[in-house]
Design a protein around this ligand. Structure first.
Ligand code: COA
Length: 187
């Protein structure tokens, strides 16, 4: 079921289901099912991931992980973390067969609304990606995130090459007004 080809995406067909402790084995299998070239960390330790999911480490007061489900298929997940730290961050991963059909954009749009609704005290949400992850950068832009940082040679690739890291953020007021507050680079 994981990673099966998804031919088209209608937002009505997408749902977001919490990754619960009982999903430990399936979640770990999903992470191990393919390489993730834009993530550091090397080979996935399936047993360790399964142990941590089973212990509730992927869904608690500080972390919320949701399956991205399309027509009953678990296509990927979005994991928001640092929820207790003022500014949440997130990770997003889709199986290869589910990419390039607007799911990433839909998931980030959903996540932003979910977090701003759930956490009235937060003013912003942040994310980072590698400079050559063009799909993720397009998703950030499409969802109203603004490029706020460019860290040179900050992201080690699996081949040892150093890539630049790009930082994005979205403000609550921009999300509410569907507008963009530019960065004051001269300030
Ligand atoms: C990055 C990722 C979440 C994007 O989700 P997606 O559903 O594939 O992206 P979408 O279909 O919403 O497309 C977003 C945009 O990226 C563009 N895009 C997709 N693949 C691309 C590529 N290889 N190169 C350039 N642009 C690309 C699309 O054309 C679209 O542009 P548009 O908004 O101008 O139409 C998904 O590809 C993925 O899970 N990749 C592997 C894990 C990963 O890199 N996660 C991000 C970690 S920070």
């Amino acid at each position: 079921m994981l990673g099966e080809q998804v031919d088209k995406v209608h937002s009505v067909g997408i749902s977001y289901e919490p990754v619960r402790t009982g999903d430990a084995a399936e979640f770990a299998a999903f992470l191990a099912s393919e390489p993730w070239p834009f993530h550091s960390g090397g080979v996935v330790d399936v047993a360790d991931v399964a142990r941590r999911v089973a212990a509730g480490a992927y869904f608690d007061d500080a972390v919320r992980t949701h399956w991205i489900v399309v027509d009953g298929r678990r296509c990927g997940f979005v994991r928001a973390f640092d929820l207790d730290d003022g500014t949440p961050l997130f990770d997003l991963r889709l199986a290869a067969g589910c990419r390039g059909r607007g799911l990433g954009r839909a998931a980030v749009g959903w996540l932003v609304g979910d977090l701003f609704g759930l956490l009235p005290e937060i003013n912003r949400i942040e994310g980072t990606t590698r400079n050559d992850n063009l799909a993720m950068r397009a998703v950030f832009r499409a969802c109203g995130f603004v490029k706020e940082a460019h860290y040179r040679e900050a992201w080690p690739g699996s081949d040892g090459r150093l890539h630049d890291t790009i930082g994005y953020g979205i403000l609550r007021r921009d999300w509410l007004s569907q507008s963009i507050t530019p960065v004051d680079w001269a300030g």
